[in-house]
Design a protein around this ligand. Structure first.
Ligand code: PEP
Ligand code: MN
Length: 364
């Protein structure tokens, strides 16, 4: 793995006065008025450095609003001329890159649905050869660190040296409270490969809902992220995309005031060690439960055997033997015997319940 990409520090292309970089703006550019009014609200509050707006929207299902395209680019130019905010748009094809450059967009970002595809990323890289513009790369939708790293290598290979990573979370296999699981440890691991690449948190796409923005923003700041990209809309409930996760510029300013911005030196090492240990615990707990599930399936087979041979569920001799042997094993593993005894009482109780259920299945 090439770990020494040539990347310039954040302050070489945006002046944040040492504070975290804040990128704010609507999920999508919808109308000229919506872009201008939102940009004015953001500029008035003075917290942001860059105005974001999606112009080409990669929607999961066709039929949703797919962006205004080229028509919206002059609106961003106007917003920049009026407010002084730099502008950023998502690019997914070489044609997007060409148009964004034609209309003077300052920063490009590659979306999560593009980072997953090395062919697309390479096409973008080829279209960026010889261009000097900052490129931010969102994590891929699936939790695959190598794809994310690879996208940086491809874009850096085109000669781009102003880059940043956007951590927007990963698709969930199961229902969780967040739209996309943060899986913070992946971003932490990213930093071990490319410590020089600034990390920008995207609490909007992690959260999916306004209510979770503050806690995710705080977490990103606790992990010492270099910046944030947050969706803001003049009238969030009426937004044409991602309505439930956007905030008005005023509400966003309020939310940012509630965040504790830690000292720059606090956090990342401490927090990453904590994350590593917690991740190991998560894995071990999962294995414990998997072992418990296998045990229950053997218990079920035992129940069937007893039922078919008309043997009673509970046999005291056997229980006594289980009880003693487990206590001995606990001692040899340096585990507290009383705790292990309690644990096996519970496990045994559940085994009896299961076997009784199996018995009754035939009797029913
Ligand atoms: C967006 O930023 O509006 C967007 C489409 O995000 P993502 O690529 O993270 O889904
Ligand atoms: Mn969005």
């Amino acid at each position: 793995m090439k770990a020494n990409l040539d990347v310039l520090p954040l302050d070489s292309w945006v002046n944040t006065g040492g504070k975290p970089l804040i990128i704010a703006g609507p999920c999508s550019a919808e109308t000229e008025e919506q872009v201008l009014e939102t940009a004015r609200g953001i500029a008035k509050n003075g917290f942001a450095h860059i105005l974001r707006a999606g112009v080409w929207k990669p929607r999961t299902r066709p039929g949703s609003f797919e962006g205004k395209g080229e028509e919206a680019l002059p609106w961003l130019q106007k917003a920049k001329a009026e407010t002084g905010l730099k502008t950023a748009v998502e690019v997914a094809t070489p044609q997007h890159v060409e148009l964004a450059l034609k209309y003077g967009v300052d920063v490009l970002w590659i979306g999560a649905r593009t980072t997953v595809n090395p062919f697309n990323v390479q096409d973008l890289a080829d279209s960026l050869k010889g261009v000097d513009i900052p490129v931010l790369i969102k994590n891929p939708v699936n939790p695959d660190l190598a794809l994310w790293l690879g996208a940086f290598e491809r874009i850096a290979g085109a000669g781009i040296n102003k880059m940043g990573a956007i951590h927007r979370g990963f698709s969930n296999a199961q229902e969780t409270k967040y739209r996309n699981s943060p899986m913070w440890q992946i971003a932490v691991e990213f930093k071990t490969f490319f410590p020089q690449i600034p990390m920008i948190g995207d609490p909007s796409h992690m959260a999916g809902k306004r209510a979770y923005l503050a806690e995710l923003t705080q977490r990103a700041m606790d992990l010492n992220y270099d910046g944030l990209i947050i969706e803001s809309h003049r009238n969030p409930d009426e937004a044409w995309s991602d309505a439930s996760q956007q905030l008005t510029p005023d509400a966003l300013a309020e939310m940012l005031k509630s965040i504790e911005f830690r000292n720059a030196t606090y956090g990342s090492d401490f927090q990453s060690e904590l994350d590593r240990l917690r991740e190991r615990l998560d894995n071990l707990d999962r294995e414990l439960l998997e072992v418990l599930a296998s045990r229950m399936s053997v218990v079920e087979q035992l129940g069937e055997y007893k039922r078919d041979n008309n043997v009673a569920v509970l046999q005291l001799n056997r229980w006594k033997q289980v009880h003693e042997s487990r206590a001995d094993w606990a001692k040899s593993l340096n585990l507290y015997p009383e705790v292990v005894e309690e644990l096996f009482k519970l496990i045994h109780m559940e085994s009896i319940r299961k076997q009784t259920e199996v018995m009754n299945q035939q009797n029913a």
